[in-house]
Write a protein that binds this ligand. Structure first.
Ligand code: BTN
Length: 256
């Protein structure tokens, strides 16, 4: 980022996916700091190959391009920075401070209000730092499909929330947090900030990974931002996976 923050904001009435657009721009050599925002996505991408859908003009759909100089195993910290920046922006603009669910959801009262999806292109000799596109969908005026158990900022705050004000607050918060990714100390502080807001810690969880499922208690986040789950007397460090918060005596949280 040439010291200018996230100022190259490209707005679209409609795109297939802001992540797809920025990945293509990144492959063509776009620098860090480019931002894509769409009023509507025809093929919004969610985690694990899911779709991310919202009626036109209802939600904040935005992707940012980062080219961080961080160890390859820590690129997921970009998503963690985006989630923190978005949570701060929600608090500032909507007066609602979302909790963070590992690895990258924002919840209000246990209901999902935003999700983050990162996609990356490796760097390498001659290619420079990797490109990381982090997209976030924030439910501003539409809580997501019926039956999925999501919420929106307007529903949870009881007031009108301006998408543009939210976008500006988010980009300012992200620019403030971005330098932290450059140093080991800054990265630890980022994970510390996550620990303070992470509602996954202390919960009984089911972790769904390609290699299988793990049920146990989420007890810690490592300094690398990985989740430590205690199960059957052993501690398992989870670097990636989908997490379901299991509520004792109640139904599990629905798919989101
Ligand atoms: C999730 O599954 O929770 C992550 C959803 C991420 C959706 C956002 S909307 C803006 C950006 N563009 C996409 O195609 N996806 C992300």
């Amino acid at each position: 980022m040439s010291g200018g923050g996230f100022t190259d904001v490209r707005r679209f009435a409609e795109l297939d996916s802001t992540n797809r657009y920025l990945m293509d721009e990144a492959r063509a050599g776009a620098p860090e700091g480019v931002v894509a925002v769409a009023d509507h996505q025809r093929a919004g991408r969610g985690r694990l190959g899911r779709r991310w859908e919202a009626p036109p003009g209802t939600n904040l759909l935005v992707s940012v391009l980062l080219r961080p100089d961080v160890p390859a195993g820590e690129l997921h910290l970009c998503s963690m920075a985006v989630a923190l920046a978005a949570a701060d922006a929600c608090a500032a603009v909507a007066g609602v401070a979302p909790d963070l669910k590992w690895p990258n959801d924002l919840l209000v009262g246990g209901a999902k209000v935003a999700g983050v999806l990162a996609e990356s292109e490796p760097g390498g000799p001659g290619a420079g730092p990797p490109a990381v596109v982090v997209g976030i969908g924030v439910n501003v005026a539409w809580p997501g499909p019926v039956g999925v158990g999501g919420t929106s900022l307007q529903e949870s705050s009881g007031r009108e929330v301006d998408r543009d004000a939210l976008l500006h607050a988010f980009l300012a918060e992200l620019a403030r947090r971005r330098p932290g990714l450059n140093t080991p100390l800054g990265r630890r502080q980022l994970v510390d900030a996550w620990r303070r807001r992470c509602v996954t810690l202390g919960q009984v969880v089911r972790v769904e990974q390609a290699s299988g499922e793990l049920t146990g208690t989420a007890v810690a986040l490592t300094d690398a931002g990985h989740l430590v789950v205690e199960a059957a007397g052993a501690a398992h460090t989870v670097a990636a996976g989908d997490v379901v918060h299991l509520r004792p005596g109640g139904p599990p949280e629905g798919p989101k």
